[in-house]
Design a protein around this ligand. Structure first.
Ligand SMILES: CC(=O)SCCNC(=O)CCNC(=O)[C@H](O)C(C)(C)COP(=O)(O)OP(=O)(O)OC[C@H]1O[C@@H](n2cnc3c(N)ncnc32)[C@H](O)[C@@H]1OP(=O)(O)O
Ligand SMILES: O=CC(=O)O
Ligand SMILES: [Mg+2]
Length: 737
């Protein structure tokens, strides 16, 4: 593999060519400056990152030691807390923290609404996500179980008029709840018009037209005032469009001529380079960066066939209206984009140092994703992302304040190399490792001038919880984890600490992913808990979920909830530290088998697509045929769970093997129609099956229960052939001191 040496770096020629010829032109940063700067940064940060990883291991060793000490009582949370303070796992809480992040876009600071996440490697999905700022409420209800299906189930071909009418009525009644009229219902309006800067709604009753009960909810319109094409409404900072088209199939049947109701939906979107992608080598990394480049230059397109038609997708333009006072009004057509980099524990051989060691991948991500975002900041892009001149990087899997400080220092160095002002690069802190939630205020303090969100990534957090208490005993069943005391304390503390640190009106307090993309009715009833708990954003897996979740932010005024909660103290650390252990005698043999089957089916279903096909996020049907969003974080939970039960003899190695064989057959059946799929049952010695085996049989010794090194190793075997099996994977190449 040919490499160019620049400073202390030996850069793969493909990456060199991509950055030098595709990324840098137009940024004002020369190739020399970029690569020499990166060389300095890598040299400076590599030992620090290795030290941080070593510290993680030492702390886990201290924890393991405590949990296996004779006479250790898992219920004695006090003893645990004392030990954790002694070894520095629990740090002293700062007196008071007040964030000072500046130049934050309204989508983060002020507008409460859904946050969509998407694997950036998939251009078609990434464009869809960016454009998911606006979504059809009619489609969202019609196409999902949010509107209950009748006896026939999911509508197939053609338009089901009765279902359509139910959806239209439902949406109009929703409008009555959030944007009520002075009298009557939006379902009965015959004509909307704009008169003297006010919206009027004529009902077919001969009486003078109604208006909006809160006239300020009228935000603008398109078309002539007496026959608008679009009426724009606003509630809690979120917009809704009534679209009129009496010539369309829906509009022609509608008394008021409304053809659709469009909701402002994914206010922000995380373009993900991390847990939802499979990016194991230089080729994959370039694909990640190239799509981000296309998004930041406004040039990304994707062509694909759908419904027998060839479609081309590109970024949506901004939306233009006339405000009630007659002045022009422009609203963003796209979601505000953030980019999630990889964590500190990843290394990549896209660049090696002079000793031939892969460099920290998070350092490369920070430098490349930030320099790419310069196309947005310099105004040379066809579209605008940040209107305040900021770059938003989400940093996952940081363990405690030292690691947040490390990222803060890294971003500062990148800013200097790129000639950016201090704190141009903002930081989203994933609150998804135990040491971060236990020291959250100190973590926020460590990035107080750049933090733009704290988000409860409960999936990774659950994986870390299981790994933390691996030696203490068997953990509760996976589905019972949500009801454990640590989880309640974690969620409550995240909001309370966030508010105490001044995130209100400046940054996001976010809630985690809805991981059942097809269960929208359940999401509608459950995820409203997020804004009610004081979160101003919550993660969704798809544009449709964003459109539906947006309704929750219409129903709940998060600003009021947060104001009410501002003095609510965080739950005691004791709750957070309560281990999720169970007495295995309580489980029948059938329950143990069901738990094992469930975990292994999820693992195999996800891993086979990751390793054999390079797909980093999949909808994997569970044993009840409910499609679950699986990514590396859900894999971390399932694999750690099996490893924990194996370690404590709740299940035996033979039982695990037998379950894997049974589940492989089920997964093969589920993927029967997938082009290029290699059945696991015929290929138990193949890389996918072996990856799944390593994840569970070697899970106890995986640092923090992470799955990356196993997945990367076997994906490279699948890509490059058997020779790669004996090659160490980049991440493991580094000797941790
Ligand atoms: C713990 C964590 O870290 S969570 C964060 C990581 N997870 C994620 O990012 C989840 C993102 N979501 C996804 O990747 C997908 O929704 C999956 C894999 C769960 C399901 O994908 P599929 O099985 O293809 O979904 P499905 O067939 O129902 O829908 C596909 C359509 O929805 C769109 N879609 C689905 N998910 C997304 C998304 N996240 N963003 C944008 N569009 C999406 C696709 O573009 C496609 O529409 P199109 O045909 O017009 O292009
Ligand atoms: O990244 C999100 C999580 O839940 O983990
Ligand atoms: Mg995560």
């Amino acid at each position: 593999m040919s490499r160019r040496t620049i400073g202390q770096l030996r850069i793969h020629h493909a990456l060199d060519a991509f950055v030098t010829h595709e990324v840098l032109p137009g940024t004002g940063v020369s190739a020399d400056r970029f690569w020499m700067g990166l060389s300095d940064i890598v040299t400076h940060f590599t030992p620090k990152i290795l030290n941080a990883l070593a510290r993680r291991r030492l702390l886990q060793q201290a924890v393991d030691h405590l949990l296996t000490a004779p006479g250790f009582d898992p219920g004695d949370v006090g003893a645990q807390i004392d030990l954790l303070r002694t070894v520095g796992y629990l740090e002293r809480e700062p007196e008071s923290v007040s964030i000072a992040t500046r130049d934050v876009d309204a989508e983060i600071a002020r507008i409460a609404g859904p946050q969509l996440v998407v694997p950036v490697t998939n251009a078609r999905y990434a464009l869809n996500a960016a454009n998911a700022r606006w979504g059809s409420l009619y489609d969202a209800f019609y196409g999902t179980d949010a509107e209950p299906y009748d006896m026939q189930g999911v509508p197939t071909a053609g338009y089901d008029t009765q279902r359509g009418e139910r959806v239209i009525r439902r949406v109009r009644l929703l409008l009555d709840e959030i944007m009520p009229l002075t009298r009557g219902s939006h379902a009965d309006v015959a004509r909307y018009r704009v008169e003297d800067g006010r919206l009027t709604a004529a009902l077919d009753d001969g009486a003078p037209p109604a208006g909006l009960r809160r006239p300020a909810q009228f935000a603008g319109f398109q078309g002539p005032p007496d026959a608008p094409r679009v009426v724009l409404l606003r509630n809690h900072g979120l917009h809704l469009e009534l679209r009129f088209d009496p010539t369309s199939p829906i509009g022609s049947r509608d008394r008021a001529g409304i053809s659709d109701v469009i909701a402002e939906s994914a206010i922000s979107t995380i373009m993900d380079c991390e847990d939802s992608v499979s990016a194991v080598d230089v080729e994959d990394k370039i694909q990640v960066y190239r799509n981000w480049l296309g998004l930041m230059q406004g040039t990304l397109t994707a062509s694909f066939r759908k419904g027998g038609r060839l479609l081309e997708r590109r970024l949506a333009p901004d939306r233009h209206y006339t405000a009630p006072d007659g002045t022009p009004l422009v609203l963003p057509g796209r979601s505000l984009m953030l980019i999630r980099n990889v964590g500190h524990h990843m290394f990549t051989d896209a660049i090696v140092d002079t000793g031939g060691h892969p460099v920290p991948e998070g350092v490369l991500d920070a430098a490349v994703t930030a320099v790419i975002a310069l196309h947005d900041l310099r105004g040379t892009s066809r579209t605008t992302n940040s209107r305040t001149g900021s770059i938003y990087i989400v940093k996952p899997k940081m363990h405690g304040p030292e690691e947040v400080a490390l990222s803060d220092a890294l971003f500062a160095r990148v800013e200097r190399v790129l000639g950016l002002g201090p704190n141009t690069i903002k930081m989203g802190i994933m609150d998804e490792e135990r040491r971060t939630s236990a020291n959250l205020a100190a973590c926020i303090q460590a990035a107080r001038e750049r933090v733009v969100f704290i988000n409860t990534g409960f999936l990774d957090r659950t994986g870390d919880e299981i790994h933390y208490c691996m030696q203490a005993g068997p953990v509760v069943r996976k589905a019972d984890m949500r009801a454990e005391p640590w989880m309640a304390a974690y969620e409550q503390r995240n909001v309370a600490i966030g508010l105490a640190c001044g995130l209100k009106d400046h940054a996001q307090i976010g809630k985690g992913m809805w991981a059942m993309p097809d269960r929208m009715a359940d999401m509608m009833t459950q995820k409203i808990a997020h804004p009610r708990a004081g979160a101003n954003t919550g993660w969704v897996p798809s544009p449709t979920a964003a459109t539906l979740h947006a309704l929750h932010f219409h129903f709940v005024d998060v600003a009021t909830v947060q104001a009410r909660m501002e003095n609510v103290p965080p739950a005691a650390i004791k709750g957070l530290m309560t281990l999720p252990l169970a007495d295995p005698a309580a489980w029948s043999a059938a329950e143990r088998r069901a738990e094992l089957d469930n975990n292994l089916q999820g693992i195999l279903g996800y891993v086979v697509r990751w390793v054999d096909m390079g797909i980093g996020c999949s909808k994997v049907p569970d044993l009840d045929d409910v499609g679950l969003m699986e990514d590396r974080a859900t894999l971390r939970i399932s694999s750690q769970h099996v490893a924990n039960w194996l370690h404590h003899g709740v299940v035996s190695q033979d039982e695990v093997r037998a379950s894997m064989i049974r589940m492989a057959a089920i997964v093969d059946g589920q993927n029967r129609d997938e082009p290029g799929y290699r059945p696991l049952a015929d290929n138990a010695g193949g890389p996918a099956f072996r990856a799944a085996s390593d994840l569970v049989f070697k899970g106890v010794t995986q640092p923090n229960g992470y799955t990356e090194s196993t997945l990367h190793r076997w994906r490279r075997v699948a890509k490059d052939g058997a020779a790669a099996a004996n090659r160490t994977v980049p991440e493991l190449d580094r000797a941790v001191p």
